[in-house]
Design a protein around this ligand. Structure first.
Ligand code: CA
Length: 224
């Protein structure tokens, strides 16, 4: 799950980013409306958290532009407590929900989960062969064995399970599981893939995570 946060207040942006990363989301933060629009238009995000009052281009304007361009990523708008008009304009302009500042982190998470349920990324159990992952409990299972995962391992396995039988490059993995500041020169992706293999594949008869030499990885069943 990759989330874009467009928020100029550094303290608020930092609070959101830290919290979401602890929940194993990959988070990109930008601090003005123009940069926000560029990234939002990439269509690479599962949800956008968008502040209304922004430098260069305000949140409502940004929202109108991306909806005009056919980007239908769910948008959660952050508005000031008394800004009723912003809320109405925001919802009219294609926001899916809003949250008034200040808010508790738990409330933000609850809204995001609701948006994701409404969108294409449902909180259903992901399955491939005898491997499954339950986003509600955050537990993986291989055959009849439960597997404990760290935050990043969970995010990595979720990405693989959402894209089975598809070659995922190290860059694609890095961008979805980490964020756009990630240095793709490092071997962090390989390190985490190895952690995951030790937990998911090591004791199994059939390996599911395969290396595509020089490119990346693929989740697939072994060929006969
Ligand atoms: Ca602001």
């Amino acid at each position: 799950m990759r989330i874009l946060v467009v928020e100029d207040e550094k303290k608020v942006a930092g609070f959101i980013k830290r919290g979401l990363e602890e929940e194993s989301y990959a988070v990109d933060v930008v601090h003005d409306g123009e940069e926000g629009q560029d990234l939002a238009e990439s269509g690479e995000y599962d949800v956008i958290i968008l502040d209304v009052m922004l430098p260069k281009k305000d949140g409502i304007e940004l929202l109108k532009r991306i909806r005009d361009k056919g980007v239908n990523t769910p948008v959660l708008l952050l508005t000031a407590r008394d800004a009723v008009e912003d809320r109405v304009k925001g919802l009219d302009s294609g926001a899916d929900d809003y949250l008034t500042k200040p808010f508790a982190f738990e409330e933000l998470i609850a809204r995001l989960r609701a948006l994701m349920r409404r969108g294409t990324t449902e909180l259903t159990v992901l399955k491939f062969a005898d491997l499954s992952l339950d986003p509600a409990t955050r537990m993986a299972r291989r055959g009849d064995k439960d597997i404990d995962l760290t935050v990043k391992e969970y995010a990595l396995l979720e990405y693989l399970l959402r894209n089975p039988n598809r070659v995922l490059t190290r860059t694609m993995i890095a961008q979805h599981v980490w964020d756009y500041t990630f240095d793709s020169e490092t071997n962090v992706v390989d390190v985490y893939i190895n952690h995951l293999r030790n937990k998911v594949d090591k004791d199994a008869d059939e390996k599911l995570i395969h290396t595509v030499r020089g490119v990346g990885y693929i989740l697939r069943e072994e060929r006969e």
